[in-house]
Design a protein. Structure first.
Length: 336
């Protein structure tokens, strides 16, 4: 089978490309390279001995997408999209235009070419504030920021599309907090600008690119006072996409699965685990809470375990060790 990965040169896309190649799939990566690097694809090829076909372009170019799909593609994994919460609040029109309109262009191209198997890169942000834990897939969706609302809107479009035509087989994969890197240290997360998420920021402090970590709030109703999140290793996440692809033929319609560990780790726990990986303490200070940060969020992953035969296998120490290996070997990320 040949799989098209939109955003396939990005962080999660490149790791999924590696897992697919190792499993014997052909891979086409379509990426505009705005927030990614072609070097990641080169390194995936070297790591696997395979060959990712890189198509440089944007989802808004429906003709280009159709051309890629007509070249024997059997299914699509849709990663492409802008993903910074803070930026989405400042630039909502850009986020809705890129994420929602780009997805509509992709779906029109898929429909026109008869490719109707899709795994969508969604997010736990679609849940918003929740009243109970762990978070299950049947909870109401109420995203609290423009980024999350783009994911929620795309999910609704996919549900409506699958409801209109039973030839569609769609997985809505709701990620929790992807971290880590391939154990080789050759591919990993390379955020442009200031990292928006905890672990890449800690990694840049460790490598000397940032002065110190600010811990936003230590007075939350949690055991150590800091926020708790469900961190999942990017290689486990990549395997989750493979599991979804292999299960989808038996799942007509649109179906949601959480991809996480089912366990939470606090900000202090992540910092201490990263310090163990690095071998020394890291500069940090306590700051005030940030608006909108929920105290605790972690997944119920039982549906993915039963339906997809998938579960996460990496520990927090694994995640930090692999993330640090990537950052240490690539202190400035991929070559510019």
């Amino acid at each position: 089978m040949k799989i098209l990965l939109t955003g396939g040169a990005g962080y999660i896309g490149s790791h999924t490309a590696l897992v697919l190649l190792e499993a014997g799939y052909e891979v086409v990566a379509l990426d505009n390279l705005v927030n990614s690097s072609a070097e990641s694809v080169v390194r995936v090829d070297k790591l696997t001995g395979g060959s990712v076909q890189l198509v440089v372009g944007d989802l808004s170019d429906q003709g280009l997408v159709e051309s890629a799909l007509r070249d024997g593609v059997d299914a699509v994994i849709h990663f492409a999209g802008l993903k910074a919460v803070g930026e989405s609040i400042a630039q909502p029109l850009r986020y809705f235009s890129n994420n929602v309109s780009g997805s509509l262009s992709l779906l029109r191209a898929m429909d026109a070419t008869g490719v109707r198997t899709l795994a969508f890169s969604s997010s736990a942000t679609v849940y918003g504030e929740v009243e109970r834990l762990p978070i299950t897939e049947d909870m109401p969706l109420c995203a609290a920021n423009p980024y999350g609302r783009t994911k929620q809107q795309i999910e609704q479009i996919l549900v409506d599309l699958a409801g209109s035509d039973d030839r569609w087989h769609i997985a809505l994969l709701r990620y929790f907090n992807p971290v880590g890197a391939h154990r080789s240290g050759r591919i990993g997360e390379d955020p442009h600008g200031v990292p928006n998420n905890l672990m890449p920021f800690v990694a840049q402090v460790a490598v000397g690119r940032r002065e110190k970590l600010v811990i936003y709030g230590t007075d939350y109703p949690t055991p150590d006072g800091t926020c708790i999140r469900d961190y999942v290793h990017v290689m486990d996440l990549a395997r989750g996409h493979l599991a979804a692809l292999e299960a989808l033929p038996d799942w007509p319609g649109a179906h949601a699965w959480n991809l996480g560990t089912g366990r939470g780790a606090s900000v202090w726990e992540v910092l201490r685990a990263f310090e163990r990986a690095v071998g020394h303490d890291l500069a940090h200070q306590v700051g005030p809470r940030r608006p909108g940060d929920a105290p605790v969020s972690y997944a119920d992953t039982s549906r993915a375990a039963s339906d997809l035969s998938w579960s996460a296998t990496h520990s927090l120490d694994d995640m930090c060790a692999d993330h640090w290996r990537w950052q240490q070997d690539n202190p400035d990320g991929y070559p510019g």
